[in-house]
Ligand binder design. Structure first.
Ligand code: SF4
Length: 148
């Protein structure tokens, strides 16, 4: 199976702080014969590394992504999401394993937009775009749920 993966989970130092979040459970998927396709929607959207962290701020009509300094970065996140969808479709990925809680990659739970460490129900911009085109998205804490 071809699986789209958050690059930081494979050890790529692409996080906002210049670090990574390598995950053994994700890396071991390739041992089972699966082909992993790394993407980083924030970098692919044109944001630098390191960068000021962002969170998703939702109103009743819109979702914006705003940095901790108040800069609206929504366009970059949307561009990164388009890149992720194109990569999934090009590589034939029906499943994506994406980093939990991220404003780009989070699936189901993300930070609430107040930069206070509080989580709420919601989706990162790229994860939601992938979900909306039929890709099954899980985070690294639920790899086992895939039954692969
Ligand atoms: Fe990792 Fe996704 Fe953030 Fe890139 S955008 S650093 S892949 S969580």
């Amino acid at each position: 199976m071809h699986i789209l993966v958050s690059a930081c989970l494979l050890g790529e130092p692409c996080r906002y702080d210049g670090g990574s979040k390598p995950c053994a459970a994700v890396r071991s998927l390739s041992d089972g014969g699966h082909v992993l396709h790394p993407v980083c929607p924030e970098v692919d959207g044109g944001l630098p590394t390191p960068r000021v962290p962002c969170e998703v701020v939702e109103s009743s009509t819109d979702a914006r992504v705003v940095s901790a300094r108040g800069v609206d970065c929504t366009d970059a996140y949307r561009s990164g999401a388009r890149h992720a969808v194109e990569a999934a479709q090009r590589e034939g990925c029906s499943v994506a394993v994406l980093k939990a809680k991220s404003p780009a990659c989070g699936s189901g739970r993300i930070f609430d937009g107040t930069f206070s460490g509080v989580l709420r129900d919601g989706w990162g911009i790229a994860a939601a775009a992938l979900r909306d085109v039929g890709v099954r998205v899980v985070d690294e804490e639920h790899v086992a749920n895939l039954g692969l």
